[in-house]
Design a protein around this ligand. Structure first.
Ligand code: IDC
Length: 512
C-alpha cells in the first residue's frame, strides 16, 4: 500500500520554511569531507542527526528543475545523496524497510535507486519474471515512501546497449509505474541507465520522445532522468542538443573514480555551464568494471565538484557481491543493522563522506563489539553469495592477479604508450580483462591525432571502453582519440584511456 504524500496546505508553510532552513544548513555544511579515517573520536554513537539534516519529501515536496538546479517545491536548491541497489532480482534481500531506514537515519541518505536490469541474467526484457520484478520495484518504492525518502525507478539498460531495443517493454513499464505513482512526490523515473556501444544521442532522444509523454500523461511533473551516450558520459552531446518541450528533465552522468578523472569532470563542468541539469544517478569509487582498487583521492575530487554545483549523486552498489563497488563485505549475511565490521572500504568511505564521521567498529548503532578491520576486503572465495544470485554472474570476483606484472610499453609514431592489465575476472564462463593505457607525446612538438594498435592472443569483443575510439580487426584493437584528446602537447601525457575485453580464452594475453 503506497502512502501518498499530499501537497502542502497553508498551515504547512511554517514547517516548510523550517525544513528549508535545515536543508540550507545542511547544504552549506556539506563540503562533505572524507578525510582519512583515523579511528574514533570520542563520539561513539555512530548516529548522525538523521531526518533533521537531510532533504526529505515531507519538507521538500515535489521536486522541480530550475535552470540546472534540482529544487524543492518552493524553488530552493535540493541535493539528493543515496545508494543504488545492484540488480533488484539478484539482491532482493536488501529491499527491506529496516535496511532503508538505517541508511536514512544513520547515513544521511535521502534517496534509494532501484536498479532493474532489462537484459542481464534475469532481466525484465529477457528471461526475467516481469511480475516479480515489478513487485520488487514496488516494494522498494513503498518502503522509501513510508520512510519519507526519494526513490529512483531505474530502467537499467546495459548489455542491450540501445534503449530502443526494448522500447515497447519500456513504454508498458513506465505507463504502469507512472500511473501507480502519479500522486507520489518522491518518485523519480530514470528511463535508460547507460546507453552504450553505437547508440547516439539522436537514438536516445527518439526513445525519450516516446517514453516521456507516457510518464507525463500520468504524472505531469515528476523528475525524469535521461541517460546519455557512452555509458552516460557524453553529457556534452545532450547539452548541445537538449530535449525540448518538457520541464523537470535531468540528464545523467556516471563516473567510476579510478577510471574517470579530469576529462570527464571537465565535460561535466562545461555541460553545466552550458545550462544542462545533471544528476549523477550512479558512481563508484573503484574502476568502471565495478571492481579493482579504490581511488579515494579522485573520489573526493568528484564529490567536492558535485557539492560545489549542488549536483545529486547516488553510489553503486548496495550488495555483498564480492567486488569493491559493493558497500558490504561478501562475508556479511545481514540485510540491515549493518555495523562497521560488515562494510567494505566503499561502504566505510560512503558513510564517512555522508556523515562527516568515520564509522569505527565500536561506533555502530547496534553495538557490535568487534572493531572493523578495514584493511581487508574479506572475501572468502565461496563468499556467502545467496543462492538467489546464482543466475547472475556471482563469480565476478575481479581477481586482480597479474595486475602489476602485465604491462607493456612500446611506441608507435610520435607516441609512447604503456598498456597495463588492471583487472581480470570470469563471468558466466567468459573472461574479462581490463586494461588501462597511458600515452606520451615523444615527438618533441605538439601533435594532433594518434593511433595505437594492440595485438592480442585470441579473438575478443569489447565490453566497455572510455576516452578513445575503438575498432577491432581479428584479434587486434585499434585505438584513436576522441575529439577532446586528439591533441597532445610536446612531452604531454594522457592517462585515462581504458577498455575491457571479453573473450572465451582463459589465457588471453597482449602480444608483444
Ligand atoms: C555491474 C555490477 C556487476 C555485474 C555487472 C553486470 O557491479 O556485479 O556483474 O554490472 O553486467 C555500470 C553499470 C552497472 C555495472 C557497473 C560496474 O550501470 O550495471 O554493474 N557499471 O561495472 N556502469 C559503469 C560501471
Amino acid at each position: 500500500m503506497s502512502q501518498k504524500i499530499a501537497s502542502f496546505p497553508l498551515p504547512m508553510l511554517l514547517i516548510l520554511a523550517f525544513g528549508f532552513f535545515i536543508v540550507l544548513g545542511f547544504l552549506s555544511a556539506a563540503s562533505v569531507q572524507a578525510e582519512e579515517s583515523e579511528s574514533a573520536a570520542e563520539d561513539t554513537s555512530g548516529e548522525v542527526s538523521g531526518d533533521s539534516a537531510i532533504a526529505v519529501p515531507s519538507t521538500c515536496g515535489a521536486l522541480q528543475v530550475i535552470g540546472t538546479q534540482l529544487s524543492d517545491s518552493e524553488g530552493n536548491p535540493v541535493q539528493l545523496k543515496g545508494i543504488s541497489t545492484l540488480g533488484v532480482v539478484w539482491y532482493p534481500e536488501y529491499i527491506n524497510k529496516d535496511c532503508f531506514a538505517q541508511f536514512k537515519n544513520e547515513w544521511n541518505i535521502n534517496i534509494i535507486r532501484l536498479a532493474m536490469y532489462t537484459a542481464e541474467s534475469g532481466g525484465y526484457c529477457t528471461d526475467g519474471d516481469q511480475e516479480y520484478l515489478k513487485s520488487l520495484v514496488k516494494s522498494g518504492v513503498e518502503y522509501a515512501t513510508e520512510l519519507d525518502m526519494y526513490v529512483i525507478i531505474d530502467w537499467h539498460i546495459l548489455s542491450d546497449g540501445n534503449p530502443n531495443t526494448y522500447i515497447e517493454e519500456a513504454k508498458a513499464f513506465f505507463e504502469e509505474m507512472s500511473s501507480t505513482y502519479a500522486d507520489n512526490v518522491n518518485v523519480l523515473y530514470e528511463i535508460c541507465n547507460e546507453p552504450n556501444g553505437s547508440t547516439t544521442w539522436a537514438d536516445i532522444k527518439a526513445y525519450a520522445a516516446e517514453i516521456i509523454p507516457i510518464i507525463r500523461a500520468n504524472d505531469p511533473d515528476a523528475v525524469i532522468l535521461v541517460g546519455t551516450p557512452n555509458w552516460s558520459q557524453y553529457v556534452d552531446q545532450a547539452a548541445a542538443d537538449p530535449i525540448t518541450g518538457y520541464d523537470n528533465l535531468m540528464y545523467t552522468l556516471h563516473f567510476y573514480a579510478a577510471t574517470h578523472t579530469d576529462s570527464l569532470r571537465s565535460t561535466l563542468t562545461s555541460a553545466v555551464n552550458a545550462g544542462l541539469p545533471i544528476f549523477v544517478s550512479e558512481y563508484g569509487i573503484c574502476d568502471a568494471s565495478g571492481n579493482g582498487a579504490l581511488d579515494i583521492d579522485q573520489a573526493n575530487q568528484w564529490i567536492s565538484l558535485l557539492d560545489s554545483c549542488q549536483i545529486s549523486y547516488v553510489m553503486w552498489n548496495l550488495s555483498n557481491r564480492d567486488e569493491s563497488s559493493a558497500i558490504l563485505k561478501s562475508t556479511c549475511t545481514k540485510t540491515s543493522d549493518f555495523t562497521a565490521d560488515d562494510l567494505n572500504e566503499s561502504g566505510l568511505w560512503l558513510y564517512e563522506m555522508l556523515t562527516g564521521e568515520p564509522l569505527s567498529g565500536e561506533d555502530t548503532a547496534s553495538g557490535s563489539s568487534n572493531s572493523a578491520d578495514t584493511s581487508e576486503n574479506a572475501s572468502s572465495s565461496d563468499g556467502n553469495s545467496d543462492s538467489d544470485n546464482n543466475s547472475a554472474d556471482t563469480s565476478n570476483g575481479g581477481t586482480q592477479a597479474g595486475a602489476s606484472g602485465d604491462t607493456r610499453t612500446a611506441s608507435e609514431g610520435s607516441i609512447e604508450y604503456t598498456v597495463s592489465l588492471a583487472n581480470q575476472w570470469e563471468s558466466n564462463g567468459q573472461y574479462y580483462f581490463q586494461y588501462t593505457m597511458e600515452l606520451e607525446n615523444i615527438s618533441g612538438s605538439g601533435l594532433s591525432g594518434w593511433t595505437v594498435t594492440l595485438n592480442f592472443s585470441d579473438s575478443f569483443s569489447l565490453s566497455d571502453s572510455w576516452n578513445g575510439e575503438y575498432s577491432i580487426t581479428d584479434s587486434s584493437l585499434t585505438i584513436t582519440p576522441k575529439s577532446y584528446n586528439q591533441t597532445i602537447e610536446a612531452d604531454g601525457t594522457i592517462s585515462d584511456i581504458g577498455f575491457i575485453v571479453v573473450t572465451d580464452a582463459m589465457d588471453f594475453t597482449l602480444e608483444q
